[in-house]
Design a protein around this ligand. Structure first.
Ligand code: GCB
Length: 623
């Protein structure tokens, strides 16, 4: 009796789950009209997922109309009706923001939290479309509008959207999101990381209004191989909400598209092809290129008869030749630093443009021209502010340590996160490197998995470098002989590796004795080195966790690296102390990884100055 019903529910649920996935977010949403949905959201903590499953553990959203579930956002119809939740009287959380840093009782919480926001909206144009945009939700989001499920998104650090044209009322809309940040072994990242699993609606939430046919996506960059021809690829979206895969669309009529760069006096007109894409090449003989020394950006205007969008874009080339990294054809040394997306002063995820300015401002004070945004896609403000400040960026997906290399769903998940990141940021001159992994153990399935990600990155963006933070191994016959020969190195443009000689591997006095064998003649960019120091803790150079130990390790590491002929840059670990549940040592770590050059209170440690002085001395020397 029960089996057929259960089966029917499972089948209905599977159909719903496959149908209702989020869309890739349109570009440049902040430039569009709409409604900012940031601010206070009502929240219900739901560790038993009581608002999602009925008491037989069937998801309420598997049937339509649903018989229960917090997403219905109901109120008792009369004084006798039993409803055991009420968003109107629930506490609130601020969006954007993680929940962990907003309430002491949520600091270690991992699981489900329901968010609810009420809103009114009157569209600004009659012939419009509406999208609900999420900058990122960690980790899984189930989104419901006015009691109806819009869909699900998986992956904690990239944007997504749902089309809601025709579903928004002038007043009293209820937007409900179940956020689940449970760590799972098959997920990306997996259960084990050295950073805090901040849950929540961690980035902007917007209702975005567009015309019926609108500019969804564009790539405006230098034509590959050229430094004076701009290439623009513009994609229109013309599918209305009623479009369904079952009905083959008629061949769309071409739409006129215009690209102009007014400050360069350039413009071109064309038409979309059968896929809704228009392509342009604009000769730009006197183009001032973007670089850290001169972060020139140009206004780019894209328009169709019904839509217009503009933003500032910088143009530059990036390439490798032998052991050199060439920026605009000239050899460059990457004076870098790693960064987590965390504001150490306020605590919690860095979410705003002001946070981006704080963190990247500190990197500039350190003398950097380069920042590694570890270990997952950071918010979009980071790349936009880096464009403006003239900082080159390494952007990364959370393929970290040991994930399920042979699980096809894990690969699909990693590819989706990489795709969403690249589509979001491929107009940013600051981004020069896509990193597909960090410290992954060598194996045949791992190398195949990562090679697929490299192919994904190159097919979406042939204009940037691809890398990964690899590992070093030690010659069994000589502990001072370090070898980098990861077979994955054949697929990357850089030879990047993390090394902790003097911290996890001996003491700093080992550093002068080290010699290297590198299997590839590629530019070496050291993706991590470092040591913990509690800001204000002093001792001699051999006292663990003292500022002196960390400063000495920096000085000796920099001296060692200079002996590697193909050394072309470094991103030491890390600009600021950051929270990590793996770091329990009382009175020293207290739940923080202390490898920052800046302490949790914003004070610079001694090693900050060692690195700043070194970078000052390397300001004009590439090799
Ligand atoms: C690493 C990881 C980084 C850790 C760091 C450490 O190699 O890539 O995520 O936080 O070491 O402090 O141990």
């Amino acid at each position: 009796m029960h089996l057929p019903r259960t089966l029917a529910v499972i089948i209905a649920w599977l159909c719903l789950m496959t149908a209702l996935h989020a869309d890739t977010a349109p570009l440049n949403v902040l430039a569009r009209p709409g409604l900012n949905l940031n601010g206070k959201w009502a929240m219900i903590i739901d560790p038993y997922e009581n608002g999602y499953y009925d008491y037989r553990h069937q998801p309420y959203d598997a049937t339509e109309p649903a018989t229960g579930g917090y997403f219905l956002d109901r109120k008792p119809a009369n004084k006798s009706e039993l409803i055991e939740y009420d968003f109107d009287t629930a506490p609130t959380l601020t969006v954007p923001g993680d929940w962990n840093s907003q309430a002491e009782r949520l600091l270690y919480y991992e699981g489900s939290v329901w968010y609810r926001r009420k809103f009114d909206y009157t569209p600004s144009a009659a012939d419009h479309r509406l999208f609900l945009y999420f900058g990122a939700v960690n980790y899984r989001a189930d989104v419901y509008l006015n009691g109806k499920k819009l869909g699900t998104h998986i992956g904690g650090f990239t944007p997504f959207a749902f089309e809601v044209t025709g579903q928004v009322q002038p007043a009293g809309n209820s937007l409900v999101v179940r956020v689940d940040d449970t760590r799972r072994v098959e997920a990306v990242p997996t259960v084990n990381t050295d950073w805090w699993n901040y849950g929540g609606l961690t980035r902007d939430v917007l209702l975005v209004e567009t015309p019926a046919v609108f500019i969804r996506d564009y790539q405006v960059q230098l034509k590959p191989g050229s430094s004076n021809t701009i290439q623009a690829i513009v994609r229109l979206d013309r599918a209305g909400p009623a479009a369904s895969a079952a009905v083959a669309p008629a061949a769309p009529a071409p739409v006129a598209v215009r690209v102009s760069l007014p400050d360069l006096g350039l413009s071109a007109s064309g038409q979309t092809d059968a896929d809704g894409v228009a392509r342009f090449e604009l000769p730009a003989p006197n183009l001032a290129l973007w670089s850290p020394a001169s972060p020139r950006r140009h206004t780019v205007e894209l328009s169709t008869p019904g839509d217009r969008i503009s933003e500032k874009i910088g143009f530059r080339t990036i390439a490798v030749r032998g052991a050199d990294i060439l920026l605009n054809g000239e050899s460059v040394f990457l004076r870098g630093i790693c960064l987590h997306e965390e504001n150490p002063l306020r605590g919690g995820r860095a979410t705003t443009e002001a946070d981006a300015r704080l963190l990247l401002g500190w990197a500039r004070e350190l003398g950097c021209n380069f920042v590694r945004l570890a270990h997952y896609p950071h918010n979009e403000y980071m790349a936009r502010v880096a464009d403006e400040l003239g900082l080159m960026l390494w952007e990364e997906v959370p393929v970290y340590w040991t994930i399920q290399w042979e699980n096809p769903d894990t690969l699909t998940n990693a590819q989706a996160q990489l795709t969403e990141l690249i589509i979001r940021d491929r107009n940013r001159a600051s981004v020069i490197i896509w990193s597909v992994a960090n410290e992954t153990p060598v194996s045949e399935p791992r190398t195949r998995f990562l090679k697929t990600l490299v192919d994904t990155a190159r097919s979406l963006d042939p204009t940037r470098l691809v890398s990964a933070a690899m590992e070093v191994h030690t010659d069994p016959a000589d502990s001072n002989h370090k070898i980098v020969d990861d077979p994955f190195g054949q697929y990357t443009d850089l030879l990047s590796f993390n090394q902790y000689i003097g911290w996890y591997d001996g003491l700093p006095d080992k550093l002068p004795k080290v010699r290297w064998t590198l299997a590839y003649e590629k530019p070496v960019v050291i993706s991590e080195f470092g040591a913990d120091a509690l800001q204000g803790l002093h001792g001699d150079k051999l006292t663990r966790f003292s500022e002196e130990y960390q400063a000495d390790l920096y000085a000796q590491t920099l001296a060692m690296l200079q002996k590697i002929p193909q050394w072309r840059g470094a991103t030491p670990w890390i600009l600021c102390d950051f929270r990590s549940p793996r770091r329990p040592l009382a009175n020293v770590q207290d739940g923080w990884n202390r490898k920052g050059l800046i302490g949790e209170n914003g004070t610079r440690k001694q090693a900050f100055n060692i690195l700043r002085e070194y970078y000052e001395s390397r300001r004009f020397t590439a090799v």
